[in-house]
Write a protein that binds this ligand. Structure first.
Ligand code: IPM
Ligand code: MG
Length: 365
């Protein structure tokens, strides 16, 4: 199969972790006999510095003309004081919109050998396997009007949360479809005791659920869900929620399973699907070679699974990650106590070697 990908390393640790993910993709392609065709483009602060635009036209063009997009991260303190549209994040939000990526899947899984990396007790965390389904094109992120106006000292800031029925319905269906393939439980998270958006959300989700009678739907307010996520993470299967709540809960889920550096994501539903680790650009550790590349590597696995239906290839990467962790390899974010740490590239290299070894074994069997 020909895999035509656009690679967007972006900012901060984005470049380092993407490099490792691409090496793993290359190894898997070699082993399974696929051909990788890559074009690399700028986004975020890197694009602002080069072209004064966080999402240059040729980046959009490249993404739209490829079969899938792998992104590192955007965000750089150098642009903190810039107006909103001239910030790196604006590039990512525009990209999500240009691609029509309305459904953001963020799995948070507890790897058996990382139980001690979690701040939670082993008996709470063991077996945790959550799929957060975050609505990605609505809510406060995109709602109009939005502004800061008025005289200094008396300025007013406005953001608007909006949701319409079709956008709730389409994301709900993604969650229920995933629920059917998993443990058949969907938890919808909202704030229906306070927000109109959430009342509409709950109504539409409940209506949709009638088409999935075998899936058990429950509802929780977001504050209560946040507490429950650390008290009973194992009880969560599919979590369906709006854009901002999903942003917050997914970082929390990363902390719960040991490190945000592990979390991968797929932004699907549009023309071309986008894959990125959840962690962001982490400017404080950028360039030091200590970032965890596993979120990016696992995003590459999601890319193979969702954009190309290459289930065996995706599983091969996931098994290699699991095996690498079982062998005791830890980046700094995962290390606890006297654990020895490895660099970003050493972690990536180990996954590549494990992929190759697994292929060899298969061939000899
Ligand atoms: C994420 C990030 C982004 C978001 C930022 C970088 C715009 O936090 O993907 O979770 O808020 O969606
Ligand atoms: Mg986030």
């Amino acid at each position: 199969m020909l895999l035509r990908l656009t690679i967007l390393p972006g900012d901060g640790i984005g470049a380092e972790v993407t490099e490792q993910a691409v090496l793993v993709l290359q190894a898997v392609a070699d082993v399974f006999g696929h051909q990788l065709e890559l074009q690399q483009k700028l986004i975020g602060g890197a694009a602002l510095a080069a072209a004064n635009d966080p999402l240059p036209a040729d980046t959009i063009q490249a993404c739209l003309s490829s079969s899938a997009v792998l992104l590192g991260a955007v965000g750089s303190p150098a642009f903190d004081h810039y107006p909103r549209q001239q910030r790196p994040e604006a590039g990512l939000l525009r990209l999500r919109r240009e691609l029509g990526a309305y459904a953001n899947l963020r799995p948070a899984v507890c790897f058996p050998s990382l139980i001690t990396s979690s701040p939670l007790r082993a008996e709470l965390i063991r077996g945790t396997d959550i799929m957060i389904v975050r609505e990605l094109l609505g809510g406060l992120y995109f709602g109009e009007p939005r502004s800061i106006s008025g005289e200094a000292g008396a300025r007013v800031a406005i953001n608007t949360m909006t949701y319409d029925e079709p956008s709730v319905e389409r994301i709900a269906r993604v969650a229920f479809d995933l629920g059917m393939k998993r443990r058949r439980r969907v938890l919808s998270v909202d704030k229906a005791n306070v927000l109109e958006c959430s009342r509409l959300w709950r109504e539409v989700v409940t209506r949709c659920s009638k088409d999935y009678p075998v899936v058990q739907l429950s509802h929780m307010y977001v504050d209560s869900a946040a507490m429950s996520l650390v008290q009973h993470p194992r009880d969560f299967d599919v979590v369906l929620t709006e854009n901002m709540f999903g942003d917050i809960l997914s970082d929390q889920a990363g902390g719960v399973v040991g490190s945000l550096g592990l979390l991968a994501s797929a932004s699907i539903g549009g023309k071309v699907w986008l894959y990125e680790p959840v962690h962001g650009s982490a400017p404080d550790i950028a360039g030091k070679g200590i970032a965890n590349p596993l979120g990016a590597i696992l995003s590459a696995a999601m890319l193979l699974r969702h954009s190309f239906q290459l289930e065996n290839e995706a599983a091969c990467i996931e098994n290699a990650v699991n095996e690498t962790l079982n062998q005791g390899f830890r980046t700094a974010d995962l290390a606890r106590g006297t654990d020895k740490t490895v660099s970003t590239s050493a972690m990536g290299h180990q996954v590549v070697e494990t992929v190759k070894k697994a292929a060899l074994k298969e061939r000899l069997a």
